[in-house]
Design a protein around this ligand. Structure first.
Ligand SMILES: Nc1ncnc2c1ncn2[C@@H]1O[C@H](COP(=O)(O)OP(=O)(O)OP(=O)(O)O)[C@@H](O)[C@H]1O
Length: 246
C-alpha cells in the first residue's frame, strides 16, 4: 500500500541569506530548499564558512532570511509576530548550543526544570533523574553551574533541552566539549529522542563520527546543499568531506 509522505516537521524553501553590501557582500546561503521529517535525525556538515550555522539559525527562527521561507509544523515563520515566535520556540523547540546559558543562581536540577516551569507544565522529578543518569550528571544535580566542569555544564544544557520533549531539537556542535564516551552517550540519547519519541533533530557538526549517528547528513558547500547522504557510515561521510575539501 502506498502511504502519503508525511509533511516535514521543518522545511525551508529557497532560503537565502546575504550579509553586508557591495564589495563586502557575503552569500552565506544560496537558495536552499530542504525538508526534515518528524522523527528524523539530520547532521549538517560542510567546510568552515559554508553556511551551517546560518542555516540552523534561520531554521530555528533565530535570524531572518534575506529571502525564502521556513516552515515549522505548518507555521510559516515569516507570518508570525515576535510573541507567536517566542511561544513556538518555548513550546515546540529545544536548543543545544555551544554557549550553555545556564542560569548561574539555579542548581543543575533547577536549570533542567526551567523550561517546564516557564511553560507551566508538570515537573516529573523521576524523569529528570533518569535523563540526568543517562547523561552522567545525576550526582551533580544539586550543584550550581560554576561548580561543574564545562562538559558537565553542557550535559545540563542538553538535559534542559530534552526534558520537555520538544518536537524539534537544534544542536550546534553538541559533542564539542565532551570526552569520547560522554559524546557517544549524548549522540545515542539524541538517536533515542528521534526514533523512540519522534523528535526531529537537526545537528551541526564538524565530526564525521558524530554525523554517523544521524539518519541523514547534509553537506553544505558555499551556501548550497552539495550532498544529501542517508544512512552513511563514518568512512563514507569522511570521504565526502575530504572530497569537498573540509
Ligand atoms: N553576522 C555576519 N556578518 C557577516 N558575515 C557573516 C555573518 N555571519 C556569518 N557570516 C559569513 O557567512 C558565511 C557563512 O557563515 P556560517 O557561520 O554560517 O558558516 P559555518 O559553516 O557555520 O562556519 P564554521 O564551520 O566556521 O562555524 C561565512 O562566510 C561567514 O563569514
Amino acid at each position: 500500500m502506498n502511504h502519503p509522505t508525511p509533511p516535514a516537521a521543518v522545511s525551508c524553501q529557497e532560503l537565502t541569506k546575504t550579509y553586508g553590501t557591495g564589495e563586502a557582500q557575503v552569500h552565506a546561503l544560496r537558495s536552499v530548499t530542504a525538508g526534515f521529517a518528524a522523527g528524523e535525525f539530520t547532521a549538517i556538515m560542510g567546510p568552515s564558512g559554508s553556511g551551517k550555522s546560518t542555516l540552523m539559525h534561520l531554521l530555528a527562527g533565530l535570524d531572518t532570511p534575506t529571502s525564502g521561507s521556513v516552515c515549522i509544523e505548518g507555521n510559516q515563520l515569516t507570518g508570525l509576530n515576535d510573541k507567536q515566535l517566542t511561544k513556538l520556540r518555548r513550546d515546540r523547540l529545544g536548543f543545544i548550543f555551544q554557549s550553555f546559558n545556564l542560569v548561574p543562581t539555579l542548581t543543575a536540577r533547577e536549570n533542567i526544570e526551567l523550561p517546564l516551569r516557564l511553560a507551566g507544565s508538570k515537573v516529573d522529578a523521576g524523569e529528570i533523574d533518569r535523563l540526568a543518569s543517562r547523561l552522567g550528571i545525576f550526582e551533580r544535580l544539586a550543584h550550581l553551574p560554576h561548580e561543574l566542569s564545562g562538559g558537565q555544564q553542557q550535559r545540563v544544557a542538553v538535559a534542559r533541552a530534552l526534558i520537555s520533549q520538544p518536537a524539534v531539537v537544534f544542536a550546534d556542535e553538541p559533542t564539542g566539549a565532551l570526552d569520547l564516551r560522554t559524546g557517544r552517550e549524548l549522540l545515542q540519547s539524541m538517536q533515542q529522542a528521534a526514533h523512540e519519541r519522534n523528535q526531529t533533530i537537526i545537528m551541526v557538526t564538524h565530526d564525521p563520527a558524530a554525523a554517523a549517528f544521524a539518519d541523514r547528513t547534509l553537506i553544505l558547500v558555499d551556501g548550497q546543499i552539495a550532498h544529501d547522504l542517508r544512512g552513511a557510515n563514518y568512512e563514507q561521510i569522511a570521504a565526502v568531506m575530504a572530497e569537498v575539501g573540509a
